[in-house]
Structure formats: C-alpha cells, structure tokens
Design a protein around this ligand. Structure first.
Ligand code: 6MZ
Length: 360
C-alpha cells in the first residue's frame, strides 16, 4: 500500500522547510560544525532527539533550534531547499507549498531577504526534476508541457509561504509580509503563523496578518495545536484562508467552521507524536472526512516526524479504512485549497483527471 501511495500524485500544503531537512544532511552538517567549532552544537542531544519516537512539543521546538544552529550560511539554505524539493518530487508530490521563516542573522550577513533569495536559488538549482515556481501570466495553457502531455521529465510545481514565528515582534512580522509582497513574482503566495504555540500572543501579528490579507496574500494559521479556546475563536473570526492542525477544537469552534468552511491542513503523524491528539482513533480527521469537510493531508516536518506524504496517506488508509479511490479523491480534492492562481488550479485539475483511470 505504501508503494501505491507513493505512485499516486499528491499535493502538499503544510511542509516547513527546515523541519523537512534530510536526516543525513542534518547529521553531516552537525558533525562538520562540531569539528570546526567545538561546543557550537550539542551533537549527542541531536542524535538522541533524531532517534526518539515520541516528542513533546517542547522537545520538537528544541529540535528546531538544533536544526537552525547548523544553518550557518546561505549555501546551506540553498542546499537544504534543493534536497527538500528533490525528496518531495521523488515521493510524487506534484504541487508543493513550502513554508519557511525568513531569518535575519547579522553575524553571518543574512537578512530576511537574502535568506529567501537563498531558498529561491535552491529551487533554481534542482536539476533532477523540472521545478516550476515562477507564476505565469495567462492561463493554464502555459502549464501544459508536462509528463501527461508526452514529456518524460518529471515536474513539480512549487510555491512559497513565508512564516512568521511566534517569537518575533510586530515589526519583524510586518517585514516578512512586505517581503512576501515584493516576492510574489517569484512564487510567494502566502503567509503562515507558526512557532511554539505556547509562546507569545497571536494578536502581536494581527496588524501584519490583516495587512497581508488586504494586499491579497493568502493567510494560513497554526490554530488549536494546544488547548486555547479564546485564541482559536479569535483566529477563526479573523477568517484565514486555511488553518493548520485544529486539534483542540471544541463544539463552538466546529460550528463556526461549518459555516465558514475554512480548509484544514491535517498532519496525522505530527499530531500523534507530539500528543496533540491522544490516539489515531480519536483524530478529528475521521469526523472531518466523514462529513466531507475541506481538508488536506500534509507532513508538517518530514525530518522531525520521520514521515513522507505517502506515509501520511497510508496512515490514513490503515486507520480510517480508506481504499485506493478514496485516497486518490482526497489527494485530488486538495487542489481546490491551494494558494496558487487559477491557471495552476486548472492545470492540476486536468492532470488529476488524466491520471484518474489508473488509480482505481
Ligand atoms: C508550529 C512549527 C511546527 O520555518 O525554519 N514549525 N510551528 N507547530 C509545528 N508543529 C510541530 N513545525 C514547524 O521551519 C521550522 C520552523 O517551522 C515552525 C517552527 O517555527 C520551526 O522553527 P523553518 O523553515
């Protein structure tokens, strides 16, 4: 079944760049840093955390700090991006929205802008598959040169979402939104609010998030990853274009969701391994799926949770009794919730239609 899930075309809408770093690359970079700068990294802590199965949210965020410590220059950002794209493409992800937090680090001459430039350089440097990340003007006709039309080269469409970390200031968040607006022609399609949900107040970012929406950027929020009914209520009233997780929703929140139909990015393994949902049988995927609520299966952080999008589909199939056709339909429906323009949406609809006969 996992092999079949791998061959099925998939859409990934919730993947954090640094959380999806290749494990081998992470270890290689950590080792090298350990040798050149003794004490710069706690190597044994990193090995321990990589091997650990269940991780509390606190440990997950310590893990991110360890990963961020090995990103010591722009070239590493470029390399990681290139590899992450290759990995998603080899898992047959045909459309990927990759999110990352633009980072400023004066000690290495990195600005938020130069960080995102390094990410884009990574997109450009992939050679094993065709990476389509520059939005085209016009309609889906410009997107027809692909595998299903006779070209044997594999292709992945990639768009970027810039994340705001809950540790940042209002000003830093606004800088990220302005950067996203400046980089729309390079495939930036939205803004995400993420980071440790126990940190800060989301209202710190409200001016930046409102500005993003006013300027036509899509917004997705990590919402309900921990119990915080007031924050969930206020976030839903803000009406983001999508939300991630939705683990600690109460009846009142689901009622609101039913009327707004905000699509939910579901990350099964992440939610189970961080104890945000107590068991897979209790996961809200079941309820949402049965009520035909707009949802999309995603990985969150393939490195941290040792997963892939194929594995997430297999997990759903095994846990909730989905057959091949149901999985294909789930994957195809995700196209409706992407942030890219209608040209891309139409192209993907046609693409999924063209392969549907092989998927039963
Ligand atoms: C909240 C998360 C997350 O941005 O450096 N991130 N935020 N909840 C999660 N669920 C487990 N997983 C990842 O990628 C890593 C960053 O993404 C956010 C965190 O801010 C983390 O530092 P980038 O590429």
């Amino acid at each position: 079944m996992e092999e079949w899930c791998k061959t099925m075309p998939k859409v990934e809408l919730h993947a954090h760049l640094n959380g999806s770093i290749r494990v081998s690359t992470l270890l290689e970079l950590a080792k090298a840093l350990n040798e050149t700068q003794k004490g710069a990294i706690n190597f044994s802590q990193m090995e321990h955390v990589i091997m650990k199965y269940d991780l509390s949210l606190i440990e997950v965020f310590q893990f991110f700090d360890l990963i961020h410590n090995v990103i010591t220059d722009h070239n590493i950002v470029t390399r990681i991006t290139k590899e992450v794209i290759e990995d998603f493409a080899s898992d047959n992800v045909v459309y990927l929205e990759l999110r990352t937090t633009p980072k400023r680090n004066d000690s290495i001459g990195m600005s938020k802008r130069s960080y995102v430039d390094a990410v884009i350089k990574g997109l450009r440097s992939v050679s094993s598959v065709d990476v389509d990340f520059i939005p085209k003007t016009g309609d889906s006709k410009s997107l027809t040169n692909d595998k299903c039309n006779g070209n044997s080269r594999k292709r992945i469409i990639v768009r970027l979402i810039l994340s705001i970390d809950r540790r940042e200031t209002t000003e830093a968040a606004m800088e990220t939104v302005k950067l996203a607006l400046e980089m729309r022609h390079l495939g930036v399609v939205g803004i995400d609010l993420s980071g440790n949900p126990k940190t800060g107040e989301w209202t710190t970012y409200l001016p930046a998030l409102k500005f993003a929406q006013e300027q036509g950027l899509n917004v997705t929020l990590h919402c309900g990853e921990i119990r915080n009914p007031k924050e969930i209520k206020n976030m839903l009233e803000f009406h983001p274009q999508r939300i991630g997780h939705a683990c600690f929703f109460e009846d009142e929140h689901w009622r609101k969701m039913k009327s707004t139909k905000i699509p939910v990015e579901i990350c099964l393994t992440s939610n189970i391994r961080t104890f945000s949902v107590s068991s897979i049988e209790d996961h809200h995927f079941d309820y949402l799926y049965k009520t035909k609520y707009p949802l999309v299966l995603c990985t969150d952080d393939t490195c941290v949770f040792n997963t892939s999008l194929s594995k997430e589909y297999k997990y759903a199939a095994d846990s909730f009794g989905l057959g091949r056709w149901e999985m294909f339909e789930l994957s195809r429906n995700a196209v409706e919730y992407i942030f890219a323009d209608n040209g891309v949406k139409n192209y993907l609809r046609k693409y999924f239609n063209s392969v549907s006969k092989n998927m039963e």
